[in-house]
Design a protein around this ligand. Structure first.
Ligand SMILES: Cc1ncc(COP(=O)(O)O)c(C=O)c1O
Length: 367
């Protein structure tokens, strides 16, 4: 036996996975740090959610409700859907993993787009399947390119809509065209992590398609507009056949009691959610225009973040800007892993965070 044969071997493809690199938290300067690297909500959670969370402290010796019923009921009421079609998870990341392990195996292909969310290739490879990366057009998913990449082996298509990190979106008409062009045994995953922020009449997160077809599922998160990233909470709206699969393979208590309670209270406090979205409505265009005024290109975003491009032949690079911002305690996200080494992704923070970012960027560009 060789040395490598003497230890347990992971499933084929696992060692090809590049582990996900989360946004940094610490700055290099002294004083307050503005973390604009993970698209978290600057408003934080609803006070009602915090209260519900704290009340759980009395009951932590008990297992949570394995079916997350209170949360599914709250979501069902809010969206006018059947709670039986909702599956909750420890962040939408868990739901993406469950979907991949429920529907993919060795020999299968799963599609995602050129600058799509980097969890997709991880969950595809983790299940022994082959990721197929499809080119985008103007940093936006291209439905024709996705359909052209479908083969008899294609089992899933992962599409973040809006996409992270580009902030671009695909209209409902185009999504309908995508669904109509896919084979009925190919599962379309509409990852709508940023849906709450979108203010476009031609956008639909996926509710209607999930209600109509057995091969569409929509995933959502409490980590962004609801301000509950630390709790790890997400949900999927599924046709009955998909909910059945997820419920068979998920952990029996995959969502903690405080997460269920806080999530249900957060959903019932739509006024707080509206405040988070209104904050974004004000600062997204403000920050975008201020960055453009410095001569930098910004991809038009419908999410709570922007992608800022530094000219490839310029003397100021994205890497230098990132280091300069960090030295001023403004933490943003490098995009090398997304194939965009000339860009930085910047979350819309609170007023102080946005101002600190713009002030530091202005100084960097003037130097
Ligand atoms: C497009 C997209 N999908 C899913 C997620 C995962 O969110 P969570 O696991 O926190 O629910 C994120 C987080 O950054 C995201 O950007």
């Amino acid at each position: 036996m060789t040395d490598t044969e003497k230890m347990p071997r992971p499933r084929e493809g696992v060692l090809d996975i590049a582990a996900y690199v989360p946004g940094k938290s610490a700055g290099t300067g002294a004083g307050k740090v503005h973390k604009l690297s993970s698209n978290e909500s600057p408003l934080g959670p609803s006070p009602a959610a915090l209260q519900a969370y704290a009340a759980c402290a009395q009951n932590l010796a008990l297992y949570p409700d394995g079916g997350s019923s209170a949360l599914r009921e709250a979501l069902a009421e809010c969206y006018g859907i059947n709670p039986a079609n909702i599956v909750c998870g420890a962040g939408s990341d868990e739901l993406l993993q469950l979907l991949a392990s429920g529907y993919l195996q060795a020999g299968d292909e799963a599609i995602y787009t050129e600058h799509g969310f980097l969890v997709y290739p991880i969950v595809i490879r983790a299940n022994g399947a082959t990721p197929v990366v499809v080119p985008e057009r103007d940093l936006t998913a291209d439905v024709d390119a996705i359909l052209a990449a479908v083969t008899p082996r294609t089992r899933m298509v992962f599409l973040a809509n809006p996409n992270n990190p580009t902030g671009t979106y695909v209209s409902f008409d185009q999504i309908k065209r995508l669904q109509a062009g896919l084979p009925p045994d190919c599962l379309l995953v509409l990852d709508a992590a940023y849906a709450e922020y979108v203010r476009r009449n031609d956008y639909e997160a996926g509710l209607e398609l999930v209600s109509s077809f057995r091969n569409v599922v929509m995933t959502r998160t409490f980590s962004k507009a609801y301000g509950l990233a630390g709790l790890r909470l997400g949900w999927a709206y599924c046709p009955a056949n998909v909910a059945d699969v997820l419920n068979r393979i998920r952990g029996p208590f995959n969502v903690g009691m405080p997460a269920i309670a806080a999530g249900a209270a957060a959903v019932r406090d739509q006024a707080h959610l509206a405040k988070a979205v209104e904050h974004n409505d004000v600062w997204l265009p403000k920050v975008t225009m201020a960055v453009e005024a410095l001569g930098l290109k910004v991809t038009p975003s419908v999410g709570n973040f922007i992608l800022v491009h530094f000219p490839p032949d310029g003397c100021r690079t994205a890497a230098q800007a990132d280091a300069f911002l960090a030295s001023n305690n403004v933490i943003v996200r490098r995009m090398d892993g997304y194939g965009l080494p000339g860009a930085l992704r910047v979350s819309i923070g609170d007023a102080d965070g946005c101002t600190a970012f713009l002030t530091a960027l202005r100084t960097f560009m003037a130097d």
